[in-house]
Write a protein that binds this ligand. Structure first.
Ligand code: ADP
Ligand code: MG
Ligand code: MG
Length: 877
């Protein structure tokens, strides 16, 4: 019989799949003996069943009832009991944290009777009881009954009339409850449900449903969280931070999630409940001030934070509540952090003896490293600072100020850079936050919604810039000194310093890039990156090469740690002032003219290769012979046609137009390109091979590898190989001859192909196009977003290698190629070579190296190290 409910005493932190992160960690804290209000968790399995079948699984109601009885017994009160009610919260909690994306309902169990019982039990604190009741109706109305939350907000605002919520007295709150109940009746045609168990059951289903709320779907897509996990539900007995001045609620981090420094970081709000802190309804106070308000709770909190850090061996974030001087822990998890903090914290934990260097490498990601390589504002530039807020999420963002999510998404879709400016953000702003370059808010601290979500997304964010007066309706904000910024005006925000500038501030390379370029590590962050990179390099089994076509790129690649070039494209060598020669080649009337054109190209090609060989020293350089169709190098058909039509054309223009028309293809991706071109135009590949051989002779130590593109059959390769081998032999130059594996047929006949190839390099862009049968340029705009929405794939197969399909072709070709030729060298080139997930795939599949663009090389090195270290049976452990 399936078990769908776990008491907090039954779970532990390893059960995140089943209990969600919140439930697993509530259980872990309970078992550590920390003060957690008792409760239980309904599993994600129950959620998946509910979402698939549209009904709660059989037996769940009974199981919940049993756990609720046990809870009631231990608390000595019953849910919703009139004279002394047990109240609970019903809280979402998925495996991966999705801050604020799903629902939580507090104070379940209140109704017109039990509200009096609650007041009595709180020593006649009527205000507290009515405040709790109005919160229940508000949260329940919005999340469970689907009523527009503004209706409640507006009623509350009208009542407050400029005062703070804490200024409302019991009588006013009681009247508010009446008007809230009226809203429920108007909007749903029914009374607010008075039955406590009914409230709970409805809230559980609403939490399950919130898994599929649009903003949750959007967030998962952005964060690449699988769509089919479902959420757990935690039923937790209530503790109250809204009992008066000796109560309150707060959030804290065990270290600064921005810098990684140890210390006391957090926000506290007196006489408040739950969401109030992150929602920014009143200004919070820094956690340090709690020491003055309630020293005992403060000391206990600090000691718990230390316990948690040592236990989780990582930065933790914490949600807590103080009820009349008694501290309660309501949540903890290993906290999100900025990219820089991730590197700093990992090495700090090593120095504290809490983790090993191996673990430190697995604690950071290639994406985080990539973020550290983003440019920053030029310190020397002229800039006009208009205000300063909190440095919530680092980076340098420039864009037009916009004041709504819709506008942000609209302008971003037109290719504009925008900065989303809000008083504070809420979960409905997610689409705008995704679209924006950066986020600026005038309220809320480092734990506010904007800050937490931006850090999670790696987006630049400055929050709580209180000097700004933001008028979202009027689409404008003002700053001290009479500065006014209207929608569309360009601003620059610095998430590292918290500064806000008027206009566009120029950017410069990051310190981490300067380090990769060869600068000595100086600041803490760069030192941490240096230590982790060295350890990753020592651990990794995969080689890392670069895609580079010019001596400049090649030199940068070497500085960034490339061990060779995995893809040197020769296309660009046919562009620029060499177009003329290509035109001559295409228009050549006979063998003689053609040879003349090729002879003219050869020394130019040779000098290109000399430069690259010099930059690479004795590292291997894989040169791909010309790949794209020839017409790509000819003038545009429209321009030529116009010339001909208007009579301005020369004879040559007319001949070119004829050639362009002759070479025109319906499906150029599947047309005359790659090896086919080499086989159809005599002397073309031979010229390139000769240029390579001559260049190699000139540069001592050069290690060329010649790569034939787009073959589908071993016979194609054999034809080219024979000619190339003869040229190399004649020149007395040794070079491997190999092939791209980028057609499905080449992959499926790899055993044969390997007879003629000394190396394989997977061209996974083409392989993906041909395996799926769609071309990247055509599909990304037309239907990919729909496919992502439908979950046909969780992420574009052009971004992350599709393991099941394309990956299987790679695995087959690797295995069968090596069966023919055990020392076959195998790599991958194309964008996937610098994508973290794909690098792990290449490690798992046993490839020899990945090749990626120079800027991605550090990312690939780090991920290759992480892949090796998370390999349980690898020797490096
Ligand atoms: P989220 O996933 O959005 O953080 P939570 O389930 O953690 O939502 O609930 C939000 C806040 O509500 C918590 O941080 C806490 O302050 C408050 N809360 C939740 N359950 C309880 C409870 N049993 N007693 C008191 N406050 C609670
Ligand atoms: Mg929470
Ligand atoms: Mg290709």
């Amino acid at each position: 019989m399936a078990k769908y409910v776990y008491d907090f005493t039954e779970g532990n932190r390893n059960l995140k799949d089943l209990l969600g992160g919140k439930g697993a960690n509530l259980a872990e804290m309970t078992n550590l003996g920390l003060p957690v209000p008792p409760g239980f968790t309904i599993t994600t399995e129950a959620c998946r069943h509910y979402l698939a079948e549209g009904a709660l699984p059989e037996g769940l109601d009974r199981e919940v009832e049993e756990h609720l009885r046990a809870l009631e017994e231990s608390m000595g009160k019953r849910l919703g009991q009139a004279d002394d009610p047990l109240l609970v919260s019903v809280r979402s909690g998925a495996k991966f944290s999705m801050p604020g994306m799903m629902e939580t309902v507090l104070n379940i169990g209140l109704n017109d009777e039990s509200v009096h019982g609650l007041a009595k039990q709180a020593g006649g604190n009527d205000r507290f009881a009515w405040d709790s009741y109005r919160r229940l109706i508000q949260m329940f109305g919005k999340t469970v009954l689907g009523i527009d939350g503004d209706l409640f907000e507006d009623a509350l605002d009208a009542l407050k009339d400029g005062r703070q919520d804490t200024d409302l007295d019991a009588g006013e709150l009681q009247r508010l409850v009446e008007s809230y109940k009226g809203i429920v009746r108007d909007q749903t045609g029914d009374d607010f449900p008075a039955d406590a168990r009914e409230q709970m059951r409805m809230a559980v289903m609403a939490v399950f449903d919130s898994w599929n709320a649009p903003r949750a779907i959007l967030y998962r897509r952005q964060e690449r969280i699988p769509a089919d996990l479902g959420t757990a539900v935690n039923i937790c007995s209530m503790v109250f931070g809204n009992c008066g001045g000796d109560s309150g609620t707060g959030v804290a981090f065990t270290r600064d999630p921005g810098s990684g420094r140890q210390g006391i970081y957090g926000d506290y709000l007196q006489n408040a409940q739950g969401e109030d802190v992150v929602a920014g309804i009143r200004n919070t106070i820094p956690l340090q001030e709690l020491e003055r308000l309630d020293k005992r709770s403060y000391d206990e909190l600090l000691s718990i934070m230390e316990t948690l850090e040592n236990h989780y061996r990582d930065l933790c974030d914490i949600e807590f509540t103080i009820e009349r001087g008694k501290l309660w822990m309501l949540q903890t998890r290993v906290g999100k952090r900025t990219a820089g903090a991730a590197f700093r914290i990992a090495t700090q934990l090593v120095d504290q003896g809490l983790i090993t260097m191996d673990e430190a490498v697995t604690r950071v990601t290639g994406d985080q490293l990539a973020r550290l390589m983003f440019p920053r504002f030029d310190a020397g530039a002229d800039k006009r600072r208009i205000a300063k807020g909190m440095n919530a999420s680092p980076g340098a963002a420039v864009g037009k100020a916009v004041f709504s999510s819709e506008r942000a998404a609209e302008l971003a879709a037109q290719g504009e850079d925008v900065i989303l400016v809000r008083r504070e953000t809420n979960p409905d702003d997610l689409s705008g936050m995704i679209a924006a370059r950066g986020i600026l808010t005038s309220r809320g601290g480092k734990t506010s919604h904007a800050a937490v979500v931006a850090r999670g997304m790696g987006k630049t964010c400055v929050c709580g810039a209180e000097e700004l007066d933001v008028d979202t309706a009027g689409r404008t904000f003002s700053a001290p000194g009479g500065v006014v910024v209207n929608e569309g005006d360009v601003i620059s925000i610095d998430g590292t310093s918290g500064e806000i500038f008027l206009g566009e501030v120029p950017v410069v390379a990051s310190a981490v890039v300067e380090y990769f370029e060869g600068a000595e590590p100086e600041d803490d962050l760069v030192k941490a990156v240096d230590r982790i990179m060295r350890h990753a390099d020592g651990a990794r089994r995969l080689g890392v090469r670069a895609n580079a076509d010019t001596p400049e790129d090649a030199a940068r690649a070497v500085r960034f740690g490339a061990e060779g070039i995995g893809l040197c494209r020769t296309e660009h060598m046919f562009l620029g002032d060499r177009r003329q020669l290509v035109e001559d080649l295409v228009l050549a009337a006979g063998a003689e003219d053609r040879q003349a054109a090729l002879d003219a190209l050869e020394p130019l090609q040779k000098s290109d290769f000399v430069g690259i060989f010099q930059a690479m020293g004795d590292r291997p350089v894989t040169i791909r012979l010309i790949d794209p169709p020839l017409h790509e190098f000819l003038p545009d058909i429209v321009g030529l046609s116009v010339k001909v039509a208007t009579g301005e054309a020369t004879d040559k223009d007319r001949a070119l137009l004829a050639a362009v028309k002759r070479l025109h293809e319906q499906n150029p991706m599947l047309g005359l390109r790659g090896v086919r071109l080499g086989l159809v135009i005599p002397g073309l590949f031979a010229m390139q091979v000769r240029a390579i051989a001559q260049a190699a002779k000139e540069v001592p130590g050069a290690r060329p590898e010649i790569m034939i593109p787009l073959i589908a059959a071993v016979q194609e390769l054999e034809c080219v190989r024979e000619e190339a081998a003869a040229i190399l032999a004649e020149a007395g130059v040794g070079a491997l001859i190999g092939t791209m594996v980028e057609t499905p047929r080449a992959a499926l006949t790899a055993g044969q192909v390997a007879e003629a190839a000394e190396f394989f390099s997977f061209g996974t862009n083409d392989l993906t196009q041909m395996a799926w049968g769609f071309s990247r340029d055509d599909v990304e705009a037309s239907f990919f977003s729909r496919y992502l929405e439908l979950g046909i794939f969780g992420v574009s197969p052009f971004e992350t290698l599709d393991r099941e399909g394309v990956g299987r072709l790679v695995a087959i070709a690797t295995e069968e190629g090596r069966a023919t030729r055990p020392d076959l060298k195998i790599g991958i080139c194309g964008e996937h070579g610098g994508d973290p997930d794909s690098v792990h795939f290449c490690h798992d599949t046993g490839l020899d190296y990945v090749s990626c663009s120079p800027f991605r090389i550090p990312v690939a090195r780090l991920e290759a190290g992480r892949a090796a270290l998370s390999d349980t049976d690898s020797d490096t452990r």
